[in-house]
Design a protein around this ligand. Structure first.
Ligand SMILES: Nc1ncnc2c1ncn2[C@@H]1O[C@H](COP(=O)(O)OP(=O)(O)OP(=O)(O)O)[C@@H](O)[C@H]1O
Length: 262
């Protein structure tokens, strides 16, 4: 029995299946994400992680199954039963989506400050001074020097661009953030710094997140819970530390041991 709204999942997938022609990319996947929880979806290349993330984040209607999300007012919404405009509004006001390549998630033609201010404007904030102050504050939170506020993102390093994309996504105060390989294209030392920053922000803001990664070290650092996928199916799921320390499924054992040997 649900005692209060906080205990209800923010997002629920039930029997999600997706076919690309004859290829079944996701097969009968069910999962839940609770407020403040970080869930990692791990698995090797081609296992269906990105497809699942796109379905969960409102960007790809599944061939079968249902994705339900809960809005701040406690109402449940069947994501793909909503019309396009209502779905987009819900996504804009409740979620952030961080792309692997920051160029896909940033507007490269406008300044860093505008990249952070725009999502707020889309939600109705208009006061220039306050938008700029919020943008400056967020640049600080993602460790970008505030004097770069008027610079274009293409003058930034890859790591800075990714941090800017994170600011653009978190500035609106989402409850849930989706990330696909957020450290994917970065050097190892830059990855470590970004993971540290992400972990800090997620905890501080009590964010829920669904993070796709092929890198179990990322899962170890960030995730409370882990879902391991293979050939479109979930082969194992559990609390991250338990699952990585004592994997039950042969495929997870192989994944874990290959990381340890690397
Ligand atoms: N738009 C598409 N059309 C046809 N097949 C697709 C499409 N997108 C993905 N696939 C196929 O679906 C399967 C799952 O792909 P997906 O990108 O979800 O896996 P992944 O685990 O995220 O892999 P990676 O880490 O390489 O991105 C793959 O066999 C892929 O080739």
């Amino acid at each position: 029995m649900m005692q209060n709204g906080e205990q209800a999942p923010l997002l629920t997938a039930e029997g999600v299946t997706h076919d690309f022609g004859a290829l079944r990319a996701c097969d009968d996947i069910s999962l839940e994400v609770f407020p403040g929880e970080v869930l990692c979806i791990a698995g090797e290349s081609g296992s269906g992680k990105t497809t699942l993330l796109r379905i969960l984040s409102g960007r790809l209607a599944p061939s079968e199954g249902r994705v339900t999300c809960r809005s701040d007012d406690g109402l449940e919404h069947d994501l793909y039963a909503l019309d396009e405009a209502a779905r987009r509004q819900l996504m804009r006001s409740h979620w952030g989506i961080v792309e692997q390549n920051p160029r896909d998630g940033l507007r490269m033609g406008v300044s860093a400050g505008a990249n952070v201010g725009e999502p707020l404007m889309a939600l109705g904030r208009r006061h220039y001074g306050s938008l700029r102050a919020t943008a400056l504050d967020w640049l600080g939170k993602v460790e970008i020097a505030q004097e770069r506020v008027d610079d274009l993102p293409q003058t930034f390093s890859g790591g800075m661009q990714q941090r800017l994309q994170i600011a653009r996504n978190l500035v609106t105060g989402p409850r849930l953030v989706f990330m696909d390989e957020p450290t994917g294209g970065l050097d190892v030392s830059v990855q470590a710094r970004l993971l540290d920053l992400l972990g800090g922000l997620v905890a501080q803001l009590d964010l829920a997140a669904i993070i796709v990664t092929h890198d179990l070290a990322v899962a170890r650092l960030l995730a409370h819970r882990l879902v391991v996928m293979r050939h479109g199916e979930v082969v194992e799921t559990g609390l991250t530390d338990q699952l990585l320390d004592d994997p039950q499924h042969a495929y997870t054992q192989l994944l874990v041991s290959s990381v340890l040997q690397a």
